[in-house]
Ligand binder design. Structure first.
Ligand code: A3P
Length: 344
């Protein structure tokens, strides 16, 4: 097997996962069918609900609504994921800024090998999700051995709540991004509509209020990382989408300090932070061919451009009545009471 170095991929990570795969190939430990069959009896006993679009089935596993295809991945992650101390995991609920944080973290962490202003930066030819291995995607498919072949430090991505990846804290570092659940609901509706145009917003809204969304309930997902961040701030960095929008440069500096790679005076002089912010900005990423064409996953026929819709906060006012907004706000506030976390 060729080595990563022989492919002109840096021997130090993070390397764009898509590039590394060219060398590693697909490495099956067990087939997705074997993994599913291994846990089929357990999965069949779990309470179930349909996702808002009525297509995918969710299962209530250890208090979280996990897509049934991801339950075996959650079990495998819980039992087998072995973090390295210098790993970084980007964690979030879908539609809360995952794509942006993937891009910012990759650009920040890999800036020595891939200067952000360079014309051949991986983020100019790859969708941000192609740069990071998606943990549940790999564990679902029995492909976790591919992670072992990546050079350190590795940068990975997950939507799983923290109890599904318990070894991540304190085993490595986690960067988490949350978002106002009202905007998350609106973003999710627009995204799901790309597959099912007649989906009513009210259906998505009710599923968010009930907690039955993939990887949710929203509040339990957010709190799993929030509590870890207050207990171990050097292990979990808790970010907010709205804060990233307000001051991306400040948050990139925070991120760099957290991963142990603060910007040097020379980098400050060279404007490296601004280059990263610009490279990962909504307007820039949205305009790139890598993000305008193709699909997210061969199995998920959603065009990549669905990841770049509006890129703003507060769009909920255009979709919710004041009553709906205060109902969701109250549900969330009740769940967050006493935790030190608020969304208002
Ligand atoms: P909207 O639908 O409100 O526009 P995720 O990546 O977790 O699926 O989140 C998608 C949301 O993040 C979408 O929100 C999308 O437009 C927004 N987004 C994607 N890239 C962004 C960027 N570079 N800057 C700001 N927002 C971004």
């Amino acid at each position: 097997m060729p080595t990563l170095a022989s492919m002109a991929i840096p021997e130090e990570g993070p390397v764009p996962f898509e590039d590394a795969l060219v060398v590693i190939g697909t490495y099956l430990v067990s087939s997705p069918q074997q993994r599913e069959e291994e846990h089929a009896d357990l999965v069949a006993t779990l309470p179930s609900a349909l996702e808002a679009n009525g297509v995918k089935k969710l299962r209530l596993y250890q208090g979280f609504w996990i897509r049934d295809i991801h339950v075996p991945a959650a079990i495998a992650l819980q039992r087998q994921f072995e973090p390295r101390p210098d790993d970084v995991i980007v964690a979030s609920l879908p539609k809360c800024g995952t794509t942006w944080l993937n891009a910012l973290t990759f650009a920040t962490m890999a800036r020595k090998a891939y200067p952000p202003a360079s014309a051949d930066h991986p983020l100019r030819r790859l969708n941000p999700h192609q740069c990071l291995p998606f943990l549940e995607g790999l564990f679902k498919g029995g492909r976790e051995a591919e992670l072992e072949l990546l050079p350190s430090p590795r940068l990975m991505n997950t939507h799983m709540p923290l109890p599904m990846v318990p070894s991540a804290v304190p085993g490595c570092r986690v960067v988490y991004v949350c978002r106002d659940p009202k905007d998350m609901a609106v973003s999710a509706w627009h995204f799901l509509r790309r597959l099912q145009p007649d989906l009513a917003f009210a259906v998505v809204f009710e599923s968010v209020c009930d907690g039955a969304v993939a990887f949710g309930p929203v509040w339990d997902h957010v709190l799993s990382y929030w509590r870890a961040s207050t207990a171990m701030p050097d292990k979990v960095l808790f970010l907010r989408y709205e804060e990233l929008l307000r001051d991306p440069a400040k948050n990139v500096r925070k991120l760099a300090r957290f991963i142990g790679m603060p910007f040097s005076a020379a980098e400050d002089e060279a404007g490296t932070v601004d280059s990263i912010v610009q490279l990962c900005s909504f307007g820039h990423l949205k305009g790139l061919d890598a993000n305008k064409t193709g699909h997210l996953d061969p199995l998920l026929p959603v065009p990549r451009d669905a990841l770049f819709r509006n890129g703003a906060s507060g769009d909920w006012v255009n979709h919710m009545t004041p009553e709906m907004a205060s109902r969701l706000d109250k549900i969330v506030a009740d769940k967050m009471r006493g935790t030190g976390l608020t969304f208002q």
